[in-house]
Design a protein around this ligand. Structure first.
Ligand code: C2O
Ligand code: CU
Ligand code: CU
Length: 453
Protein backbone atom coordinates (compact mmCIF):
# COMPACT_ATOMS: atom_id res chain seq x y z
CA UNK A 1 0.00 0.00 0.00
CA UNK A 2 1.39 3.41 -0.94
CA UNK A 3 1.43 5.57 2.17
CA UNK A 4 2.70 8.74 0.51
CA UNK A 5 0.26 9.22 -2.35
CA UNK A 6 -2.43 11.85 -2.75
CA UNK A 7 -4.71 9.89 -0.40
CA UNK A 8 -3.68 8.86 3.12
CA UNK A 9 -3.31 5.14 3.62
CA UNK A 10 -5.84 3.90 6.17
CA UNK A 11 -4.94 1.25 8.69
CA UNK A 12 -7.91 0.00 10.65
CA UNK A 13 -6.78 -2.11 13.56
CA UNK A 14 -9.33 -4.79 14.35
CA UNK A 15 -9.93 -8.23 15.70
CA UNK A 16 -9.90 -11.01 13.15
CA UNK A 17 -9.67 -14.72 12.69
CA UNK A 18 -6.80 -16.38 10.90
CA UNK A 19 -5.81 -19.84 9.69
CA UNK A 20 -2.09 -20.34 10.39
CA UNK A 21 -2.61 -23.96 9.49
CA UNK A 22 -5.29 -24.75 6.89
CA UNK A 23 -8.42 -26.04 8.58
CA UNK A 24 -7.91 -24.17 11.88
CA UNK A 25 -9.03 -20.72 12.97
CA UNK A 26 -7.81 -18.57 15.83
CA UNK A 27 -8.75 -15.11 17.09
CA UNK A 28 -6.12 -12.59 15.98
CA UNK A 29 -5.50 -8.87 15.60
CA UNK A 30 -4.47 -7.05 12.45
CA UNK A 31 -4.13 -3.69 10.78
CA UNK A 32 -6.64 -3.88 7.91
CA UNK A 33 -6.02 -7.62 7.66
CA UNK A 34 -7.03 -10.50 9.89
CA UNK A 35 -3.43 -11.00 11.00
CA UNK A 36 -0.51 -8.54 10.59
CA UNK A 37 -0.90 -5.47 8.35
CA UNK A 38 -0.26 -4.55 4.75
CA UNK A 39 3.24 -3.61 3.59
CA UNK A 40 3.34 0.18 3.57
CA UNK A 41 5.56 1.83 0.97
CA UNK A 42 6.90 5.37 1.35
CA UNK A 43 9.41 7.28 -0.73
CA UNK A 44 12.29 9.42 0.41
CA UNK A 45 11.60 13.09 -0.21
CA UNK A 46 7.82 12.71 0.09
CA UNK A 47 5.43 12.93 3.02
CA UNK A 48 3.98 9.80 4.56
CA UNK A 49 0.27 9.95 5.41
CA UNK A 50 -1.26 7.17 7.41
CA UNK A 51 -4.62 7.31 9.17
CA UNK A 52 -4.88 4.76 11.92
CA UNK A 53 -8.31 3.72 13.19
CA UNK A 54 -8.81 1.65 16.33
CA UNK A 55 -11.61 -0.89 16.01
CA UNK A 56 -10.11 -3.29 18.55
CA UNK A 57 -11.39 -3.37 22.12
CA UNK A 58 -8.18 -2.04 23.68
CA UNK A 59 -5.76 0.85 23.30
CA UNK A 60 -3.34 0.55 20.37
CA UNK A 61 -0.66 2.55 18.55
CA UNK A 62 1.45 2.10 15.44
CA UNK A 63 5.14 2.77 16.02
CA UNK A 64 7.28 3.22 12.88
CA UNK A 65 10.17 1.08 13.99
CA UNK A 66 13.45 2.37 12.58
CA UNK A 67 11.98 5.47 10.97
CA UNK A 68 13.49 8.90 11.58
CA UNK A 69 10.35 10.75 12.61
CA UNK A 70 9.68 13.30 15.37
CA UNK A 71 8.51 12.06 18.77
CA UNK A 72 4.94 13.23 18.23
CA UNK A 73 4.67 10.99 15.12
CA UNK A 74 6.61 8.03 16.51
CA UNK A 75 3.63 6.04 17.81
CA UNK A 76 5.21 5.38 21.20
CA UNK A 77 3.35 4.55 24.43
CA UNK A 78 2.20 8.16 25.01
CA UNK A 79 0.36 8.05 21.67
CA UNK A 80 -1.75 5.01 22.52
CA UNK A 81 -5.39 5.73 21.79
CA UNK A 82 -8.75 4.25 22.67
CA UNK A 83 -11.15 2.03 20.75
CA UNK A 84 -13.30 4.06 18.36
CA UNK A 85 -10.65 6.79 18.08
CA UNK A 86 -8.20 7.47 15.27
CA UNK A 87 -4.74 8.94 14.89
CA UNK A 88 -3.20 10.54 11.81
CA UNK A 89 0.52 10.08 11.25
CA UNK A 90 2.14 12.62 8.94
CA UNK A 91 5.88 12.78 8.51
CA UNK A 92 8.46 13.70 5.92
CA UNK A 93 10.46 10.74 4.75
CA UNK A 94 14.15 11.56 5.20
CA UNK A 95 15.11 7.97 5.60
CA UNK A 96 17.36 6.26 3.06
CA UNK A 97 15.95 3.16 1.35
CA UNK A 98 15.36 0.56 4.05
CA UNK A 99 13.24 -2.29 5.35
CA UNK A 100 11.49 -0.92 8.43
CA UNK A 101 8.40 -2.16 10.19
CA UNK A 102 5.53 -0.98 12.32
CA UNK A 103 3.88 -2.42 15.38
CA UNK A 104 1.71 -1.50 18.33
CA UNK A 105 3.59 -0.08 21.33
CA UNK A 106 1.16 0.25 24.24
CA UNK A 107 3.07 0.05 27.50
CA UNK A 108 2.59 -3.34 29.10
CA UNK A 109 0.70 -4.71 26.11
CA UNK A 110 3.20 -4.63 23.25
CA UNK A 111 4.02 -8.34 23.68
CA UNK A 112 0.47 -9.71 23.42
CA UNK A 113 -0.60 -7.18 20.76
CA UNK A 114 2.31 -7.95 18.44
CA UNK A 115 1.95 -11.67 19.15
CA UNK A 116 -1.66 -11.56 18.00
CA UNK A 117 -0.81 -9.63 14.85
CA UNK A 118 -0.40 -5.87 15.24
CA UNK A 119 2.69 -5.56 13.05
CA UNK A 120 3.59 -5.00 9.39
CA UNK A 121 6.36 -3.93 7.04
CA UNK A 122 7.22 -0.31 6.23
CA UNK A 123 9.45 -0.10 3.17
CA UNK A 124 11.29 3.09 2.28
CA UNK A 125 12.27 3.55 -1.35
CA UNK A 126 14.69 6.15 -2.60
CA UNK A 127 13.84 7.04 -6.21
CA UNK A 128 17.01 9.15 -6.45
CA UNK A 129 19.32 6.26 -5.55
CA UNK A 130 18.56 3.12 -7.60
CA UNK A 131 20.23 0.08 -6.03
CA UNK A 132 20.31 -2.30 -9.02
CA UNK A 133 18.87 -5.08 -6.84
CA UNK A 134 15.82 -7.27 -7.51
CA UNK A 135 12.81 -5.08 -6.78
CA UNK A 136 9.65 -6.66 -8.21
CA UNK A 137 7.60 -6.80 -5.04
CA UNK A 138 6.16 -10.24 -4.42
CA UNK A 139 8.09 -11.76 -7.33
CA UNK A 140 11.82 -11.40 -6.75
CA UNK A 141 11.61 -9.04 -3.77
CA UNK A 142 9.87 -10.74 -0.85
CA UNK A 143 9.22 -9.34 2.65
CA UNK A 144 9.39 -12.23 5.12
CA UNK A 145 8.43 -11.76 8.76
CA UNK A 146 9.53 -14.74 10.84
CA UNK A 147 7.61 -15.34 14.08
CA UNK A 148 7.35 -18.22 16.52
CA UNK A 149 3.91 -19.01 17.85
CA UNK A 150 2.24 -21.62 20.03
CA UNK A 151 -1.22 -23.10 19.48
CA UNK A 152 -3.54 -25.12 21.65
CA UNK A 153 -5.20 -28.32 20.50
CA UNK A 154 -7.95 -26.37 18.78
CA UNK A 155 -5.40 -24.36 16.81
CA UNK A 156 -5.86 -21.17 18.83
CA UNK A 157 -2.90 -18.91 19.59
CA UNK A 158 -1.49 -19.31 23.09
CA UNK A 159 0.26 -16.33 24.69
CA UNK A 160 1.51 -17.60 28.00
CA UNK A 161 3.69 -15.46 30.27
CA UNK A 162 3.66 -17.79 33.24
CA UNK A 163 6.67 -19.55 34.68
CA UNK A 164 10.03 -19.29 32.91
CA UNK A 165 8.64 -17.21 30.06
CA UNK A 166 8.95 -14.09 32.18
CA UNK A 167 12.70 -14.56 32.21
CA UNK A 168 13.34 -15.48 28.61
CA UNK A 169 10.35 -13.94 26.88
CA UNK A 170 7.57 -15.79 25.12
CA UNK A 171 8.89 -18.50 22.79
CA UNK A 172 6.55 -20.40 20.48
CA UNK A 173 7.11 -23.94 19.27
CA UNK A 174 5.96 -23.34 15.69
CA UNK A 175 7.64 -21.03 13.18
CA UNK A 176 5.40 -18.89 10.99
CA UNK A 177 6.45 -16.77 8.03
CA UNK A 178 4.02 -14.03 6.98
CA UNK A 179 1.39 -15.75 9.09
CA UNK A 180 1.76 -19.24 7.56
CA UNK A 181 3.44 -22.32 8.99
CA UNK A 182 6.37 -23.50 6.85
CA UNK A 183 5.16 -21.86 3.63
CA UNK A 184 6.51 -22.57 0.16
CA UNK A 185 7.28 -19.50 -1.96
CA UNK A 186 7.41 -19.75 -5.74
CA UNK A 187 10.41 -17.75 -6.91
CA UNK A 188 11.91 -17.12 -10.33
CA UNK A 189 15.05 -19.01 -11.32
CA UNK A 190 17.30 -16.01 -10.80
CA UNK A 191 18.40 -13.54 -8.14
CA UNK A 192 15.81 -13.00 -5.40
CA UNK A 193 15.87 -10.39 -2.63
CA UNK A 194 14.55 -11.52 0.74
CA UNK A 195 13.72 -8.83 3.30
CA UNK A 196 14.02 -10.79 6.51
CA UNK A 197 12.42 -9.40 9.66
CA UNK A 198 12.67 -11.18 12.97
CA UNK A 199 9.19 -10.24 14.13
CA UNK A 200 9.26 -12.68 17.05
CA UNK A 201 8.66 -11.49 20.59
CA UNK A 202 11.76 -13.12 22.03
CA UNK A 203 13.33 -15.72 19.74
CA UNK A 204 16.80 -15.27 18.20
CA UNK A 205 17.55 -16.90 14.84
CA UNK A 206 20.65 -17.76 12.86
CA UNK A 207 19.34 -18.23 9.32
CA UNK A 208 21.03 -20.40 6.70
CA UNK A 209 20.04 -22.51 3.72
CA UNK A 210 19.82 -26.24 4.35
CA UNK A 211 22.18 -26.95 1.44
CA UNK A 212 24.79 -24.60 2.88
CA UNK A 213 24.76 -22.23 -0.07
CA UNK A 214 26.16 -18.74 0.28
CA UNK A 215 24.13 -15.62 -0.33
CA UNK A 216 24.80 -11.88 -0.11
CA UNK A 217 23.61 -9.50 2.56
CA UNK A 218 22.80 -6.14 0.96
CA UNK A 219 21.12 -4.23 3.80
CA UNK A 220 20.71 -4.24 7.57
CA UNK A 221 18.26 -2.37 9.83
CA UNK A 222 18.89 1.17 8.63
CA UNK A 223 19.47 0.64 4.92
CA UNK A 224 21.90 -0.64 2.31
CA UNK A 225 25.45 -1.77 3.00
CA UNK A 226 28.20 -0.11 0.89
CA UNK A 227 28.67 -3.40 -0.99
CA UNK A 228 27.10 -6.88 -0.92
CA UNK A 229 28.63 -9.08 1.81
CA UNK A 230 28.89 -12.83 1.13
CA UNK A 231 27.61 -14.98 4.01
CA UNK A 232 26.59 -18.55 4.71
CA UNK A 233 24.36 -17.65 7.67
CA UNK A 234 22.92 -14.56 9.28
CA UNK A 235 21.85 -14.04 12.90
CA UNK A 236 18.84 -11.85 13.62
CA UNK A 237 17.69 -10.88 17.11
CA UNK A 238 14.10 -9.76 17.73
CA UNK A 239 13.26 -6.68 15.58
CA UNK A 240 16.45 -6.91 13.49
CA UNK A 241 16.18 -6.90 9.70
CA UNK A 242 18.50 -8.00 6.92
CA UNK A 243 18.02 -7.90 3.19
CA UNK A 244 19.73 -10.78 1.46
CA UNK A 245 20.01 -11.72 -2.23
CA UNK A 246 19.93 -15.43 -3.06
CA UNK A 247 20.82 -16.93 -6.43
CA UNK A 248 18.24 -19.53 -7.48
CA UNK A 249 19.31 -19.52 -11.15
CA UNK A 250 20.67 -23.08 -11.15
CA UNK A 251 17.99 -24.64 -8.95
CA UNK A 252 15.54 -27.26 -10.09
CA UNK A 253 14.67 -28.60 -6.62
CA UNK A 254 13.14 -26.79 -3.62
CA UNK A 255 15.56 -24.87 -1.37
CA UNK A 256 14.98 -24.81 2.40
CA UNK A 257 15.64 -21.88 4.70
CA UNK A 258 16.47 -23.06 8.22
CA UNK A 259 17.77 -21.60 11.46
CA UNK A 260 20.07 -22.90 14.13
CA UNK A 261 18.07 -23.73 17.28
CA UNK A 262 19.63 -21.26 19.68
CA UNK A 263 19.69 -21.85 23.42
CA UNK A 264 18.09 -18.91 25.19
CA UNK A 265 16.13 -17.92 28.23
CA UNK A 266 17.97 -20.48 30.29
CA UNK A 267 16.49 -23.32 28.26
CA UNK A 268 18.40 -25.45 25.82
CA UNK A 269 16.90 -25.26 22.39
CA UNK A 270 14.98 -22.14 23.27
CA UNK A 271 11.91 -24.17 24.12
CA UNK A 272 11.44 -25.45 20.57
CA UNK A 273 9.67 -28.73 21.17
CA UNK A 274 7.26 -29.58 18.41
CA UNK A 275 6.48 -28.31 14.96
CA UNK A 276 9.60 -27.18 13.20
CA UNK A 277 12.39 -28.64 15.32
CA UNK A 278 14.63 -31.20 13.66
CA UNK A 279 17.18 -33.51 15.13
CA UNK A 280 20.56 -31.85 14.92
CA UNK A 281 19.33 -28.52 16.13
CA UNK A 282 18.02 -26.95 12.93
CA UNK A 283 14.60 -25.31 12.79
CA UNK A 284 12.69 -25.37 9.51
CA UNK A 285 11.68 -21.85 8.46
CA UNK A 286 10.30 -22.09 4.92
CA UNK A 287 10.94 -23.43 1.42
CA UNK A 288 11.60 -21.72 -1.90
CA UNK A 289 10.43 -23.39 -5.11
CA UNK A 290 12.50 -21.90 -7.96
CA UNK A 291 11.35 -21.91 -11.52
CA UNK A 292 7.59 -21.58 -11.30
CA UNK A 293 7.75 -18.06 -12.69
CA UNK A 294 10.06 -16.71 -15.39
CA UNK A 295 13.34 -15.12 -14.28
CA UNK A 296 13.04 -11.37 -13.88
CA UNK A 297 15.29 -8.55 -12.76
CA UNK A 298 19.04 -8.18 -12.74
CA UNK A 299 21.21 -11.24 -13.53
CA UNK A 300 24.16 -10.10 -11.43
CA UNK A 301 24.65 -8.22 -8.19
CA UNK A 302 26.03 -4.68 -8.37
CA UNK A 303 29.57 -4.35 -6.97
CA UNK A 304 28.61 -1.35 -4.85
CA UNK A 305 25.39 -0.03 -3.37
CA UNK A 306 24.15 3.52 -2.56
CA UNK A 307 24.57 3.09 1.20
CA UNK A 308 23.64 5.93 3.54
CA UNK A 309 26.67 7.84 4.91
CA UNK A 310 27.99 7.08 8.41
CA UNK A 311 29.09 10.55 9.40
CA UNK A 312 28.79 10.49 13.17
CA UNK A 313 32.01 12.32 13.99
CA UNK A 314 33.50 12.32 17.48
CA UNK A 315 31.05 11.85 20.37
CA UNK A 316 30.50 14.89 22.60
CA UNK A 317 29.52 12.79 25.62
CA UNK A 318 29.21 9.22 26.85
CA UNK A 319 26.21 7.58 28.51
CA UNK A 320 25.87 4.19 30.16
CA UNK A 321 22.78 2.01 30.08
CA UNK A 322 22.61 -1.17 32.11
CA UNK A 323 19.85 -3.66 31.30
CA UNK A 324 18.80 -5.03 34.67
CA UNK A 325 17.08 -8.21 35.73
CA UNK A 326 16.93 -8.93 39.41
CA UNK A 327 17.26 -12.68 39.73
CA UNK A 328 15.96 -12.92 43.29
CA UNK A 329 12.82 -10.99 42.61
CA UNK A 330 12.49 -12.73 39.23
CA UNK A 331 12.08 -16.03 41.01
CA UNK A 332 9.49 -14.49 43.26
CA UNK A 333 7.68 -12.92 40.35
CA UNK A 334 7.58 -16.12 38.40
CA UNK A 335 5.60 -17.77 41.13
CA UNK A 336 3.70 -14.83 42.53
CA UNK A 337 2.93 -12.90 39.34
CA UNK A 338 4.21 -9.70 40.86
CA UNK A 339 5.10 -8.01 37.57
CA UNK A 340 3.55 -4.59 37.53
CA UNK A 341 3.20 -4.31 41.26
CA UNK A 342 6.84 -4.68 42.14
CA UNK A 343 8.25 -2.35 39.49
CA UNK A 344 11.93 -3.02 39.81
CA UNK A 345 12.16 -6.53 38.42
CA UNK A 346 13.28 -5.43 34.99
CA UNK A 347 14.64 -2.04 34.22
CA UNK A 348 17.42 0.13 32.89
CA UNK A 349 19.99 1.67 35.25
CA UNK A 350 17.97 0.48 38.21
CA UNK A 351 14.66 1.98 37.12
CA UNK A 352 11.65 0.22 35.75
CA UNK A 353 9.92 2.14 32.94
CA UNK A 354 7.77 5.04 34.05
CA UNK A 355 5.74 6.90 31.43
CA UNK A 356 5.96 10.06 33.50
CA UNK A 357 9.73 10.13 33.98
CA UNK A 358 12.26 11.38 31.42
CA UNK A 359 15.43 9.33 31.73
CA UNK A 360 17.75 11.28 29.42
CA UNK A 361 17.78 14.61 27.62
CA UNK A 362 19.71 14.82 24.36
CA UNK A 363 20.30 17.61 21.90
CA UNK A 364 19.55 17.25 18.20
CA UNK A 365 22.57 16.68 16.00
CA UNK A 366 24.99 15.80 18.80
CA UNK A 367 26.78 12.47 18.57
CA UNK A 368 26.98 10.47 21.80
CA UNK A 369 28.76 7.23 22.67
CA UNK A 370 26.42 4.84 24.48
CA UNK A 371 27.89 1.95 26.45
CA UNK A 372 25.26 -0.70 27.06
CA UNK A 373 25.76 -3.55 29.46
CA UNK A 374 23.68 -6.63 30.15
CA UNK A 375 24.94 -8.57 33.13
CA UNK A 376 22.40 -11.38 33.15
CA UNK A 377 21.36 -12.42 29.67
CA UNK A 378 21.44 -11.36 26.03
CA UNK A 379 19.13 -8.50 25.09
CA UNK A 380 18.42 -6.81 21.73
CA UNK A 381 18.70 -3.08 22.56
CA UNK A 382 16.65 -0.70 20.41
CA UNK A 383 16.62 3.10 20.09
CA UNK A 384 13.77 5.11 18.55
CA UNK A 385 14.03 8.03 16.16
CA UNK A 386 17.34 7.27 14.53
CA UNK A 387 19.80 4.72 13.14
CA UNK A 388 23.07 4.21 14.98
CA UNK A 389 26.54 2.87 14.30
CA UNK A 390 27.75 -0.13 16.27
CA UNK A 391 31.31 0.43 17.48
CA UNK A 392 31.75 -2.81 19.39
CA UNK A 393 29.66 -5.82 20.27
CA UNK A 394 30.47 -8.96 22.25
CA UNK A 395 33.84 -7.47 23.14
CA UNK A 396 34.81 -7.11 19.44
CA UNK A 397 35.19 -4.04 17.23
CA UNK A 398 32.53 -3.99 14.52
CA UNK A 399 33.25 -3.17 10.88
CA UNK A 400 30.66 -0.56 9.85
CA UNK A 401 30.96 -1.65 6.21
CA UNK A 402 29.54 -5.09 6.95
CA UNK A 403 27.20 -4.06 9.77
CA UNK A 404 25.58 -0.98 8.23
CA UNK A 405 23.34 1.42 10.10
CA UNK A 406 21.37 -0.25 12.87
CA UNK A 407 18.49 0.38 15.24
CA UNK A 408 18.87 -2.83 17.24
CA UNK A 409 22.12 -4.13 18.71
CA UNK A 410 22.59 -7.42 20.53
CA UNK A 411 24.06 -6.87 23.99
CA UNK A 412 25.57 -9.74 25.95
CA UNK A 413 27.67 -9.91 29.09
CA UNK A 414 30.57 -8.23 27.28
CA UNK A 415 28.46 -5.17 26.46
CA UNK A 416 28.10 -3.08 23.32
CA UNK A 417 29.04 0.44 22.30
CA UNK A 418 27.12 2.51 19.78
CA UNK A 419 27.38 5.98 18.29
CA UNK A 420 24.00 7.70 18.46
CA UNK A 421 22.88 10.95 16.92
CA UNK A 422 19.24 11.93 16.68
CA UNK A 423 18.17 14.70 14.35
CA UNK A 424 14.43 14.57 15.08
CA UNK A 425 12.81 16.48 17.95
CA UNK A 426 10.95 14.79 20.79
CA UNK A 427 9.53 16.62 23.80
CA UNK A 428 8.53 15.31 27.22
CA UNK A 429 4.92 14.75 26.11
CA UNK A 430 5.97 12.35 23.34
CA UNK A 431 9.54 11.24 24.06
CA UNK A 432 11.55 8.56 22.26
CA UNK A 433 12.04 5.11 23.77
CA UNK A 434 15.12 3.01 24.28
CA UNK A 435 14.42 -0.55 25.31
CA UNK A 436 15.01 -4.23 25.11
CA UNK A 437 13.11 -5.64 22.10
CA UNK A 438 12.32 -8.91 23.86
CA UNK A 439 8.75 -7.71 24.15
CA UNK A 440 8.10 -9.34 27.51
CA UNK A 441 11.16 -7.55 28.93
CA UNK A 442 9.96 -4.26 27.45
CA UNK A 443 6.46 -4.76 28.86
CA UNK A 444 7.96 -5.65 32.26
CA UNK A 445 9.81 -2.32 32.39
CA UNK A 446 13.14 -2.73 30.54
CA UNK A 447 12.53 0.55 28.76
CA UNK A 448 13.51 4.19 29.28
CA UNK A 449 12.62 7.37 27.47
CA UNK A 450 14.48 10.44 26.27
CA UNK A 451 13.81 13.86 24.82
CA UNK A 452 15.60 15.62 21.97
CA UNK A 453 15.78 19.39 22.20
CU1 C2O B 1 10.08 -1.94 17.61
CU2 C2O B 1 10.10 0.64 20.64
O1 C2O B 1 10.05 -0.68 19.11
CU1 CU C 1 11.27 1.45 17.50
CU1 CU D 1 15.74 -8.14 27.34
Amino acid sequence: VDADGSQPATLTARAGSHAFVPGTQTPTLGYELDYLGPTLRVRRGRSAQIDLVNRTDDQITAHWHGAHVPGNMDGGPQLAFDPGQSWSARFDVHHPAATLWYHSHVHGKTGPQVYHGLAGFLLVEDPAAPDGLPSDYGLNDLPLVVQDRSFDRAGRLVYDTSGMTLMGGVLGDTICVNGAVQPVADVPRGLVRLRLLNGSNARFYDFAFADGRRFHQVASDGGLLPAPVARSHIALAPAERAEIVVDFSADTAPVRLVSADIAQGGMMGGGMMGGNARPGGAIEIMTFAPGASPATGPATLPASLPAPPMDFGAPVRTRDFRLDMHAGSMMGAMFNRLIGSSGSIMGINGNSYDMGRIDAELRAGETELWRISAPMMIHPFHVHGTSFQVVSRGGQRVDPATEGLKDVVVVDGRGAEILVRVDQKADAATPFMLHCHILEHEDAGMMAQFTIA
